[in-house]
Ligand binder design. Sequence first.
Ligand code: SAH
Ligand code: DHB
Ligand code: MG
Length: 217
Amino acid sequence: MSEDVWKAVDEYFTGHLLGPDPVLDAALEANAIGKLPAIDVSAAQGKLLQILARSIGARRILEVGTLGGYSTIWLARALPADGLLVTCEVDPHHAEVARENLKRAGLDAVVDVKVGPALETLPGLDGPFDLSFIDADKVSNTAYFEHALGLSRPGSLIVIDNVVRGGRVLDPADDHPSVVGTRRLVEAVAREPRVEATAIQTVGAKGYDGFLLARVK
Ligand code: SAH
Ligand code: DHB
Ligand code: MG
């Protein structure tokens, strides 16, 4: 099975189950014009995040790693009109593109884009958040997880992107800081008694990767 097949199958399901979405298309187009890296979640993954948020009736969502706000739009659409999504982004240009995309999506009133290193933003936030989506630099994933946990309540979900990276997580010869960061994260989640967790490998438009999902007990 090749990446071409994964992508085609993603397109098949997305075509049937998600439908056209000019606002999300426009966000990806603005990202490309702004030369942001095309590392947003896939449409199918965005919909999964949205369904998770809706399933738990999320009213407050935390995101670490905004990029152009593509995953932010999926998540923020799950919120009620008086909901709140706080998203942390270190790159001012990414944040600016995201703010424009969120405005076009009609979500600027429910989303607060915080510009700066997430490790400086997170200590100043007030919880609890019902769902946290962690998708920034992988080196700090353990710290982001610990902050998200501290900002959670029993029943909150913490979702962390890119924990597989084509299987690199398992390659002992791979000592890239982001891969080491992911292994540290998995070990930290494993010894954290306040959560129950799993990880799901995925293939699709984003290649071979996966999510870690933790539920706060
Ligand atoms: N969640 C987005 C993709 C995020 S890509 C989506 O699916 O649409 C990762 C983002 O994390 C990038 O925009 C990068 O600038 C940001 N980032 C990297 N290091 C960061 C840090 N220390 N604090 C906050 N954001 C960071
Ligand atoms: C990269 C980062 C991501 O968050 C992602 O989903 C895919 C790739 C990266 O830094 O290469
Ligand atoms: Mg990611």
